[in-house]
Design a protein around this ligand. Structure first.
Ligand code: PRP
Ligand code: URA
Ligand code: MG
Length: 213
């Protein structure tokens, strides 16, 4: 848990730190950025999924019968905040291919920095499911707050948020609106600039992931 933000776990691992540094570098190509985001998302998932429930199943090894733990992938719902959240979702799906998927389309109004929703498709029945909302950037926190509020209407069994980079302003805002939602991130950067971008950050995650600039 982060010292200043009890609602946040910084996944503080050399592999995560190294890959994040590569992603931050301005000269990193779109192809590398995409591959790195998938890889780092799997490392973040390792922590974010640590307390998922298992059930025992009777299996046969070559030598014996045993009760062995299995995940119920269908109980897990991964929700990407479009566009950039798709990069995290793709990485996590490789670990839990049977997870159910949701998409929330949102963009930030550049003037107000408020989130504008343009798409919502999430499995309807969430009451007995673990939901992980994915978006690489927690900047003002407005997009995450809006997405989490929307999902809470369906009363999920549990709800957590995974990002790549957070900042103090976004974490404080998120904590104020959703104190019950734990955040997993690779790093907490210094601050926001006057345009609502994370410093030092990595720039515009969506544009870097999809090569749109
Ligand atoms: O915490 P916030 O201040 O709300 O900022 C974070 C949001 O900004 C980015 O999305 P963007 O609006 O650029 O959309 P995109 O993913 O389509 O590029 C990012 O992927 C988050 O969704
Ligand atoms: O630094 C930031 C802030 C919001 N969205 C991004 O993609 N990057
Ligand atoms: Mg963007």
């Amino acid at each position: 848990m982060s010292q200043d933000f009890p609602n946040c776990t910084v996944v503080d691992h050399p592999l995560v730190k190294h890959k994040l540094t590569l992603m931050r570098r301005v000269e990193t190509s779109t192809a590398s950025f995409r591959a790195l985001l998938q890889e780092i998302s799997q490392l973040l998932a390792y922590e974010a999924m640590r307390d998922l429930k298992l059930r025992d199943e009777t299996i046969q090894t070559p030598l014996a019968t045993m009760e062995a733990p299995v995940l119920d992938g269908k109980k897990l719902v991964l929700v990407a905040i479009l566009r950039a959240g798709q990069g995290i979702l793709d990485g996590m799906l490789q670990l839990v291919p049977s997870a159910r998927i949701g998409h929330i389309g949102m963009y930030r109004d550049p003037e107000t920095l408020m989130a504008v929703e343009y798409y919502y498709k999430v499995p309807g029945q969430l009451t007995d499911r673990d939901v992980i909302v994915c978006d690489p950037m927690l900047a003002t926190g407005n997009s995450a707050i809006a997405a989490l509020s929307r999902i809470k209407n369906s009363k999920p069994g549990s709800l957590r948020f995974v990002c790549l980079l957070a900042c103090p302003e976004g974490l404080a805002n998120l904590r104020e609106h959703h104190p019950d939602v734990h955040v997993y991130t690779a790093a907490i950067d210094e601050r926001l600039n006057e345009h609502g971008y994370i410093l030092p950050g990595l720039g515009d995650a969506g544009d870097r992931l999809f090569g749109t600039k």
